[in-house]
Design a protein around this ligand. Structure first.
Ligand code: UDP
Length: 459
């Protein structure tokens, strides 16, 4: 396994972003955590540093460390077969059969073999009484070995199906034998609980975002412009003469820099089929005539690494489709590949989200959808499909707009067009969006729910 360094962040900084009552609760929670966890380590194990799970751990663990908890983060060392299998498992948990590859005895043997090897590397470092939080289907197979070692084991799933079906049942059947050794299971939504898991062992905890991280901290419009021009994403505009954006940019994979005066419709996601970037591209193309002049679509995701073959396929499909657009539409569509997992990536995500006039999340399934929380926090009007945790974040018409049917491209684009045409309504939704995240989806609420969970297990 690989260790990811966790640098402590002073909890006072977070407290400073909260109202007085919330700040006091946070301080009391930190004291309780120090008391409960004295002499213990808290290990988090994930299969990746990317996507929502990586984001969540990068946001929360430094605060736990800052509160005085000895917190560690390990990433499983897999291989291509394990990566494919765990991606398939994750999709299946959403009810998506994907490439139809199996979840049978052969896959199980490989999964166990990889996790056994990883366990052997860390087993001795984990002490009896330590707490281990295993994240997502990819790590469930570690539960038994860690339990034997005397650790308290929590398994947390960040994915699930709104309505269980045959495919999601298959994923749960695969995981069921491993979960018997988890003392608690944490799910993002109550409806994600499979029948075999006793209600008494399940806790529902929604993810959160860190208001002070490079991805979410305040950025002045001038800083947004500077960052985006520097990366070649935003055009300098004629008044500035030749801009840095007119240089060839490796970040802009297609479509060149976005004009400075464009109204931007953005979707920012991993290049995952279930995010339906291609569906949004089709919707934009079909509705192009009805959108106000100067509307541009930006599809943004991180660079795809060599292990993510499915991601590479989605990206290349988007680029192919871009090639096939009529010239007029093509000049209004931009595909961005942001450099990975660096602070620079996070700042670019922050800036791109703030550049957007409207943010779309056209996911076909979603565990929670941190990208939605990030956009809401920035006061953007969001149009999203009513799937998974997006439904917990957006109340239709109040702090965003929902589309019930993911195949309803016209309905989606009608919402987008309305927000472009009615800036006062868009601002009203945006203000309510930020309030909602402040109340429900920031790190303090999340940390306190963890303290409650640990208190149950350890007191
Ligand atoms: N993300 C990023 N850079 C990118 C694209 C996405 O950092 O270029 C982040 C995004 O900001 C969010 C996370 O990846 O924090 C995605 O989490 P989400 O819950 O939306 O979906 P998941 O990837 O877990 O399915």
């Amino acid at each position: 396994m690989r260790t990811v360094d966790v640098a402590a962040t002073d909890l006072q900084a977070l407290a400073g972003a909260l109202d007085e009552m919330s700040a006091r609760r946070l301080e009391a929670g930190a004291q309780r955590a120090r008391h409960l966890l004295a002499g213990r380590r808290v290990w988090n194990v994930s299969a990746t540093e990317r996507g929502g799970v990586g984001e969540l751990l990068r946001a929360l663990l430094p605060y736990a460390a800052g509160a005085g908890v000895d917190v560690r983060w390990l990433v499983v060392d897999g291989d291509p077969g394990y990566d494919d299998l765990t991606a398939r498992l994750t999709h299946a948990m959403h009810g998506d059969a994907g490439d139809g590859g199996g979840l049978g005895a052969e896959e199980m043997a490989h999964y166990e073999q990889i996790l056994e090897r990883n366990l052997a590397e860390v087993r001795d470092a984990v002490s009896p009484g330590d707490v281990v939080i295993l994240h997502d289907p990819a790590t469930a197979g570690l539960a038994a070995g860690l339990r034997r070692r005397g650790a308290h084991v929590i398994w947390r799933s960040h994915v699930g199906a709104d309505v269980p079906d045959e495919v999601s049942e298959r994923a749960w059947t695969f995981l069921e034998p491993f979960l018997a050794d988890a003392e608690r299971v944490v799910l993002t939504r109550a409806v994600y609980r499979p029948g075999f898991l006793d209600r008494a062992t399940v806790r529902v905890i929604a993810p959160s975002i860190d208001p002070l991280s490079p991805k979410n901290r305040p950025l002045e419009p001038s800083a947004v412009t500077e960052l985006l021009r520097g990366a070649g994403i935003l055009d300098g505009g004629s008044a500035d003469g030749p801009s840095s954006a007119s240089r060839a940019s490796s970040v802009v994979a297609a479509g060149g820099p976005v004009p400075a005066d464009a109204r931007v419709v953005l979707q920012l996601s991993r290049w995952d089929r279930l995010k339906d970037m291609t569906g949004l591209l089709i919707a934009f193309d079909e509705s192009f005539e009805e959108l106000p002049p100067g509307t541009h679509l930006v599809l943004a995701g991180a660079e795809v690494d060599s292990r993510d073959t499915a991601g590479a396929e989605v990206l290349s499909r988007c680029l192919q489709m871009w090639e096939g657009l009529e010239a007029e539409v093509r000049s209004c569509v931009h595909v961005l590949c942001l450099p990975n997992i660096t602070e620079h990536n996070a700042l670019l995500v922050n800036a791109v989200q703030r550049l957007a006039t409207v943010v779309v999340q056209k996911s076909l399934a979603e565990g929670f959808g941190l990208t939605v929380a990030e956009a809401l926090w920035k006061g953007r009007p969001v149009v999203a499909t009513a799937v998974g945790g997006i439904q917990d974040q957006i109340t239709d018409g109040e702090n965003g707009l929902l589309v019930r049917d993911a195949t309803d491209l016209q309905g989606l684009m009608r919402h987008v067009a309305r927000l472009l045409a009615e800036p006062a309504f868009a601002d009203q939704l945006g203000a309510a969006a930020r309030d909602r995240v402040q109340r429900e989806f920031l790190s303090d609420r999340h940390l306190l729910q963890y303290v409650d969970l640990l208190a149950e297990l350890l007191s």
